[in-house]
Design a protein around this ligand. Structure first.
Ligand code: NAI
Length: 367
């Protein structure tokens, strides 16, 4: 039996993936409203996505899931995935509470930004917790990042095999870091895109990215992620990486106001775009020049390699799995050419003075 805690954007879909594979699932949320919405999602949107993902759809999805506000209901689960709000302390408190009544389950965290060890080290058995990080939308995207500096071999193995069982491609990271591989690249994009917005509209940026073969535009994806979640992740990055993830003030102000006004993206019906159910209404637009954005992602990808988190091949693969593009970020770098990437970074740095555009050593060595 599988436990999923948090029935929001991610937890609802993760529960659906497990239930669809044939597991009994306990889906816990402290909000009855979230549970109700998750159930409605399971009755329609998730079934459509499972079909789109080419997975054999089980009509009895809802009957395989126990929807509850009672945390103790996960007492007999042997794999428990946490997908609650992106705040460190509540995640720690949640697992500390569960370890009081469940000593057998492997714990899995879907945290977007925190290192698994930041949670694990506060548990009485740190080895039982693994990173288990999906990309959005979890039913359609095959990536699950797995790992952690404190995780036991057994728990890591369980994470890997669980990801495979639900039809995903697990990527084991060599070392942990805030944001793992995917969200460090996404976070760099989130900062760098502020520069593109000085000259272009969101739909122009998204139009260019879709022309490059990505399944979703960046702003469309931000709306799917949830602007509140994106803001929490950027805050977590700034706490840890400092100025490197500092953005353009107007973009930060915009994100803050949108969250304050409850315009959270897909889940509230409006963010950068207006949403009709699971579809964004994106105005038709001519493509923007997104070279600075791509250059910033390449630069961060190479920093990830420099930091020993993953090798270039893995970073490339993570990008492909999370974007559905027919090539990875290292392939894009080769296609664009490193001198052009350096030029785009330098130009953007000149205007913005943002650290995200400062070329890393590995990039310089490629010239
Ligand atoms: P969300 O805001 O849509 O849902 C979070 C849910 O957790 C809410 O329904 C809330 O009521 C519930 N919750 C909060 N604290 C709780 C607690 N102590 N016990 C039980 N339920 C609790 O958030 P979302 O987007 O689903 O994100 C969840 C986690 O997954 C976060 O850590 C996020 O960083 C991560 N993540 C998010 C992605 C995204 O695209 N939104 C992608 C990958 C990871």
């Amino acid at each position: 039996m599988i436990g999923v805690i948090g029935a929001g954007t991610m937890g609802a879909d993760i529960a659906a993936l497990f239930a669809n594979t044939g597991f009994k699932v306990v889906l816990v949320d402290r909000s009855k409203e979230s549970l109700k919405k998750a159930r409605e999602k399971h009755e329609e949107e998730c079934l459509n996505e499972l079909e789109e993902a080419g997975l054999k759809k089980r009509d009895e999805l809802v009957s395989s899931i126990h929807y509850t506000t009672e945390l103790k209901s996960v007492r007999d689960c042997d794999f428990i995935v946490e997908a609650i709000t992106e705040k460190l302390q509540p995640k720690i408190e949640l697992f500390r509470e569960i370890e009081r009544f469940n000593d057998k389950a492997v714990f899995a965290t879907n945290t977007s930004s925190f290192m698994p060890s930041e949670i694990a080290e506060k548990l009485s058995n740190p080895g039982r917790l693994t990173l288990f990080h999906f990309s959005n939308p979890p039913i359609l995207m095959p990536l699950v990042e797995v790992g952690g500096s404190r995780v036991s071999e057994e728990a890591l193995e369980k994470g890997v095999s669980m990801a495979k069982t639900i039809g995903k491609e697990p990527v084991v990271l060599k070392k942990e870091c805030r944001g793992h591989v995917l969200n460090r690249m996404l976070g760099a994009a989130g900062v760098a895109v502020g520069y593109c917005l000085l000259y272009h509209r969101p739909e122009e940026v998204d139009s260019a990215l879709k022309n490059l073969g990505l399944k979703y535009g960046f702003f469309e994806l931000l709306d799917m992620i949830g602007l509140d979640v994106a803001k929490d992740v950027l805050e977590s990055f700034r706490d840890y990486y400092g100025d490197r993830f500092k953005g353009i003030r107007s973009m930060d102000f915009f994100l803050e106001k949108m969250v304050e006004w409850g315009k959270l993206g897909k889940k509230s019906g409006e963010g950068f775009y207006k949403w009709e159910g699971s579809k964004a209404k994106i105005p038709t637009a001519s493509p923007a020049d997104v070279r600075p954005l791509v250059a910033a992602i390449v630069n961060e990808a190479l920093r990830i390699v420099e930091d020993g988190i993953a090798d270039e091949k893995t970073v490339n693969r993570v990008y492909m799995l999370a974007t559905n593009a027919p090539y990875g970020i290292m392939d894009a770098a080769e296609m664009l050419g490193y001198p052009n990437i350096l030029k785009a970074l330098n130009e953007a740095f000149e205007v913005t003075k943002l650290e995200i555009f400062r070329p890393c050593e590995l990039l310089r060595s490629k010239l």
